[in-house]
Design a protein around this ligand. Structure first.
Ligand code: ACO
Length: 432
């Protein structure tokens, strides 16, 4: 017999169905609660709300577990690459050789950007935020691919494979274009023969008169960084993609909204904030204790960046992988970055401090990702756009899940109104 929970309000009992996920996560289904009782479930920030059923990513924050479609992140990090993991995240299975080839080909064929789109970029001051430029470029994609972005789930799903490849491939091209625009460098066309990460590095760092040939270690490190960001279940930006998508908005529009959500310093923007913090510790010759003391004040603007997570109450497994990779990547590239030693020292100091220990605050993926990105030549102001390239498969997979759900509804949370009660309009002359 199906399990139910029971909620008692005054003397009346309301039975509520109990749900269980494939990894044993339990939930109480409150969908009928308001209709039956007049009450809604209040959960500010949705920290205890399951907003959807999903088959993409499993995350156990208490035990530091992260799996995509059942595959543990450490196995993917060791044995897969970004494009293969993207396929897995988007389509649900590891590709066979033919599927992998076709997916790679579709990405290669759709890397180039329409030349008119350069004008969108050129309308921005070069000092603009790269994330603002990126979301603007992605939100313009429906104008260039109207047949793939009709805002009709049935039609958009028919051309999903192409739209997904365009989104994933062009976000990468846009990021390289933004970098070059800000530096006053000519845009580099993608090269069809290059693999995904090498092609990105080429578009970033080649010159019209001289090709940039990525060292295999650099392409490998980039693959790892992107792979580790591929999806992370219902985080702020992915939930935004789902929310916008739930209105039947097309894939590109939904992703553009997700990129805006990603830009905030408490989310994707944290990778920049971490490096700024490490740099300022370095510049001031401090040992980090000033930042630790400030973080303990409880003020949101003084948090120890790269520490803590809305879901993990244990090590973020991605932080462990990327932290371990830092030493070997920097060694292989012959880079001696003083910020790595500062990061390690800060991590050790925080992990010994009762404030962080008692609140179960551990390094998250952003704590070390910037150090690797810096080592491979990505400037700090582009870090969050790199996160967006990595997270694109997650956005695409989540949009698809929304679009494919026959029982899907528009996302529309409720609220508890706490403003003034009903009152009569006061004409201007009678206002104090
Ligand atoms: N530094 C200092 N204190 C912190 C930090 C931190 N980085 N993170 C959380 N806390 C404190 C909170 O103030 C709270 O203290 P209190 O119990 O005394 O009120 C306590 O720890 C518990 O906070 P949580 O409920 O775990 O935090 P929340 O879910 O609200 O926020 C968040 C999660 C936004 C990630 C937060 O930890 C943070 O701001 N971290 C720094 C920014 C960062 O690194 N963001 C990247 C996240 S990963 C990603 O988006 C890819």
């Amino acid at each position: 017999m199906a399990k139910t929970a029971s909620l008692k309000i005054d003397d009346k009992e309301y039975p509520l169905p109990v749900m269980e996920g494939t990894e044993g996560e339990k939930a109480i289904d409150t969908r009928t609660l308001r209709a039956s009782s007049g009450y809604i479930a209040y959960d500010q920030g949705y920290g205890n709300t399951g907003s959807c059923e999903s088959k993409i990513t499993y995350l156990d924050g208490d035990n530091g577990v992260l799996c995509h479609r059942g595959y543990p992140i450490d196995q993917l990090a060791q044995q897969s690459d970004f494009v293969e993991t993207a396929y897995l995240v988007i389509y649900g299975e590891l590709p066979n050789a033919t599927q992998r080839k076709e997916f790679g080909l579709l990405l290669r064929k759709n890397a180039a950007v329409e030349t008119q789109m350069q004008k969108i970029l050129e309308g921005f001051p070069t000092s603009a935020s790269p994330m603002a430029m990126l979301s603007a470029l992605v939100s313009a994609l429906p104008a260039y691919h109207a047949e793939l972005a009709t805002n009709n789930f049935e039609k958009d799903l028919q051309s999903f494979d192409l739209a997904a490849a365009i989104a994933m491939s062009k976000i990468r091209t846009f990021v390289a274009m933004i970098y070059r625009y800000q530096k006053g460098l000519p845009f580099m066309f993608p090269k069809q023969e290059l693999p995904f990460c090498d092609n990105f590095l080429h578009m970033m760092f080649s010159e019209p008169y001289k090709d940039y040939l990525a060292m295999p270690e650099v392409a490998k490190a980039l693959n790892l960084v992107l792979l580790l960001h591929a999806d992370h279940e219902q985080n702020c930006s992915t939930s935004t993609v789902r929310m916008v998508g739930s209105s039947a908005a097309n894939l590109f529009t939904s992703i553009s909204a997700g990129i805006c959500a990603l830009s905030g310093p408490l989310h994707g923007g944290a990778n920049v904030a971490v490096m700024q913090m490490l740099q300022s510790i370095h510049d001031e010759g401090d040992d980090g204790s000033r930042f630790i003391a400030a973080a303990k004040s409880g003020s949101k603007s003084n948090r120890l960046m790269g520490f803590g997570h809305a879901v993990y109450r244990n090590f973020d497994p991605r932080a462990r992988i990327i932290g371990d990779a830092c030493d070997s990547v920097l060694n292989k590239l012959g880079v001696d970055d003083p910020l790595l030693a500062i990061a390690k020292h800060l991590e050790q100091a925080a992990l010994k401090d009762d404030y962080f220990v008692s609140r179960k605050l551990y390094p998250n993926v952003d704590f070390y990702s910037g150090i690797i990105m810096r080592a491979i030549g990505i400037p700090m102001n582009m870090f969050t756009t790199m996160f967006a390239i990595g997270r694109a498969p997650g956005y695409i997979a989540n949009w698809r899940e929304v679009a494919m759900n026959p029982k899907g509804r528009i996302y529309r949370p409720r609220q508890i109104y706490v403003g003034p009660t009903k009152r009569d309009y006061i004409p201007m002359g009678k206002r104090g």
